[in-house]
Design a protein around this ligand. Sequence first.
Ligand SMILES: [Ca+2]
Ligand SMILES: [Ca+2]
Length: 220
Amino acid sequence: MRKLLSTATLIFLSSLGAKEAVAASVYLNQDNMTVEVGSGTSPGTFNNTFNGGQTINKVIDAPSADAAEFHNQTTHIWFTASSIGGGLELIFTFDEAIDINTLHFWNYFGESFDVDNIDFTFFNNIGTQVGSLSVTPALGSSPGIFAEDIPLAAPLNVKSVNAFLTGSNGQVDFQNIGFTGEVSVIPEPLTILGAGTAIAFGTGFKRKLGKAKKNSKNNA
Ligand SMILES: [Ca+2]
Ligand SMILES: [Ca+2]
């Protein structure tokens, strides 16, 4: 029986392994996530951020993690908190659950306006908080601003991320946020059904074996 059960377990694990093997690295931007300004944003002003009908989407429009962006009115976000400690809250929602491993952050290049701290909170696909951590991004490059790649020890199976961005002087100015991760490997109902069938089969087989043993004993 133990042998049969472990065979069923092996089938189950190997099906998981097969899925992990095909999991590809994915860069998250406006193509596979959304962003909105959170209600936790402190009192303050967005300055020129939304001039001319521009939207918060310009925070996730970098086409790749290594793309350069130039600081102008159409590319950056600038928020000024009314008091020190205040900040901008952004909520990112992924199309599917992701195991995030890297943050890409295009910061402003001057200390008077750049982002000094980001508090991240992570949520799973049913909206339960699954972790949090803080990062202190470096100053951006100039004139072309490239992303700083920061390893994120984020929990697995993240569906949405809350980011609270602050500057020590109340200024929050940056170009983009992006993430890299892998699509989470969540066992599908069919896989679980398959494993269950294998276990049931094992139990039935064992019963049959027991019966055969009994019969041979009787015959002896
Ligand atoms: Ca941008
Ligand atoms: Ca600063």
